[in-house]
Ligand binder design. Sequence first.
Ligand code: C2E
Ligand code: CA
Ligand code: CA
Ligand code: CA
Length: 281
Amino acid sequence: AKVADKNCFRFYSRAMDQAVERRMHLEQELRGAWDRGELSLVYQPFYRLSDGALVGAETLLRWQHPEHGMIAPSVFIDVAEQSGLIETLGPQVLRAACHDAVRWRQVREGAEPLFVSVNVSARQLRNGDLPQVVADCLRDSGLAARQLHIELTETAVIGDEAHASRLLNQLRSSGVKVWLDDFGTGFSGLSHLRRVPVDGVKIDRSFVADILRDPDDLALTTAIIAMAHSLGITVVAEGVEKEGQHDILRDRGCDLAQGYWLGHPLPVEGFMDLLRPEPMP
Ligand code: C2E
Ligand code: CA
Ligand code: CA
Ligand code: CA
């Protein structure tokens, strides 16, 4: 048994070495990927459930690797966070998204201006210069503060809540809206809303996924909507993949929705095609 254990250990340790190596390799390549033009942004639309209007879009990062093809953010965002690369990458994303969102006005003259939301990681928040970075991006792009939303995960605000609250209030007083992402997955989601000032919550897609067949998920979602509304907070549902999910969320009073059934993430040109009035038949 001892021998077997030893071999077992060796096997795992080799697998671990490989994982560490892959990570370091990825990190090296991610450094400079932006400058090489391998990173790009896609935009996934948000729709208002009361009238079906397209009201904004979320910015999502994509990495087109020259050899490995498309790498999912679930792989490289983690690397960027661990290595600290996110502290340069994050502001680059924010800046590019603001510049893109200004262009949306041009194809939508007279219409209600769209907002753009940008994901911000825990490390960017902890770093402390987020309000300054945001102010610079808004000034340089000419985007109005109320057209920018920041998405933060619950885990990003856990820990130093006083620090997070201070930064978030600074952002919010400038007019930028703050949303809590993946809401409901953390352990203390509800109690957070008392201490951390936010304008909206995004109900995690794991709730939305089961909303049609799991009465508990429907009950929780309905409770989140009621509670958020009683606090004056906007409710957004993500991961809407079916018409039935869309309909039930609308009927329960959810404000905004996003998901593959409504629209996939698109490069900026494709997203802007959605905004153009339908051509005459
Ligand atoms: P997230 O912020 O929760 O983003 C939603 C993810 O769900 C996106 O995956 C989106 O493409 C996907 N999605 C949208 N609709 C549906 C649907 O109907 N069904 C399913 N199954 N999935 C759907 P993506 O683009 O792979 O991003 C994964 C995560 O990576 C994001 O989760 C976010 O946490 C992170 N991320 C992406 N871009 C950035 C960024 O610029 N900065 C930071 N800090 N994180 C980012
Ligand atoms: Ca998000
Ligand atoms: Ca999410
Ligand atoms: Ca469930």
